[in-house]
Design a protein around this ligand. Structure first.
Ligand code: PAF
Length: 286
């Protein structure tokens, strides 16, 4: 495995691999890897000749009062983990390497970015699309891998790829969870012991809401039940809980086939997100 930090070095590897007719799987991450990232990398290895994992805490997707500075970083740890699942190339650029000069050109995420996480994190998805666009151009992947934990991010990136004809396939994998249901996240390291003890209530609440919705078909009642579950089990502050169609992220109608129930909740100081994708038959659709 090689760790490269410059665009020039990455492009040389990509050029060589392309000339040998190799397929490329890209796993974009912000590092501090957990089993969710490792599952994406393993899948990328099964489906491609070369696996490139980017590790870059992207400043443009963080708001001024968010955790860019404190976001966990440990490249030595990540390198070992990535190697253990067969990653070939880690691309770990500096901020200056990725954004040498601000030319003032931005990418604006559309309607799908105005709700859920986008409502409480203005500009977040613009930054995600900016870095993902750069990574797609740099790594020229055949396939790019994203976790369904960021379901809204996946939906928006799929729209980018469709609307701007990126020649690649977006592959998604289900959320990887702790034994008690808490979704794996790099931000789980922020949780205190007492936060950690109550955090699974978010997943429980989503399950309760999904079951209620499948039983009675009433989205508002399902959301109310989920909110009550979180309020009873935690002292967390709910940012949002919503039930929408997926991947278009619109109000559900009788025609909706695929559903997303998603939540963001502050447990202590840590904002956690989680979701369930399901169809009327109840199974996960991702
Ligand atoms: O999901 C993430 O970790 C990030 O948003 C991504 C896609 C790596 C872009 O920085």
């Amino acid at each position: 495995m090689r760790v490269v930090t410059t665009i020039t070095a990455l492009k040389a590897i990509i050029r060589q691999s392309k000339s040998e007719g190799k397929s490329i799987g890209l796993v974009p991450t912000m590092g501090y890897l957990h089993e969710g990232h490792l599952a994406l990398a393993s899948k990328a290895g099964e489906e491609n000749d070369l696996v490139v994992m980017s590790i870059f805490v992207n400043p443009t997707q963080f708001g001024p009062n968010e955790d860019f500075e404190s976001y966990p970083r440990d490249l030595a740890r990540d390198t070992k983990l990535a190697e253990s699942v067969g990653v070939d190339i880690i691309f770990a650029p500096s901020v200056e390497e990725m954004y040498p000069e601000d030319g003032g050109i931005t990418i604006k995420a559309g309607r799908q970015s105005e709700i859920l996480c986008g409502a409480s994190r203005p500009g977040h998805f613009d930054g995600v699309l900016q870095v993902v666009t750069k990574l797609f151009h740099l790594a020229e992947p055949t396939r790019a891998y994203f976790g369904q934990k960021d379901a809204q991010q996946v939906a928006i990136i799929q729209t980018l790829v469709r609307d701007y004809n990126f020649p690649l396939e977006i592959r998604t994998l289900p959320i990887v969870r702790e034994a008690d249901g808490l979704a794996k996240s790099s931000r789980n390291v922020y949780l205190t012991d007492s936060d950690r003890a109550v955090a699974p209530a978010i997943n429980e609440a989503l399950i309760v809401a999904k079951e209620e919705f499948l039983l009675k078909g009433n989205a508002d009642a399902a959301i109310k039940l989920a909110s009550r579950h979180i309020e009873t089990k935690t002292s967390g502050k709910i940012d949002y809980i919503e039930l929408l169609s997926y991947p278009d992220l619109k109000t559900v109608t009788e025609k909706t086939e695929h559903f997303l129930i998603a939540a963001a909740v502050y447990i202590g100081k840590t904002r956690l997100i989680d979701n369930i994708l399901f169809s009327l038959k109840g199974e996960a659709t991702c």
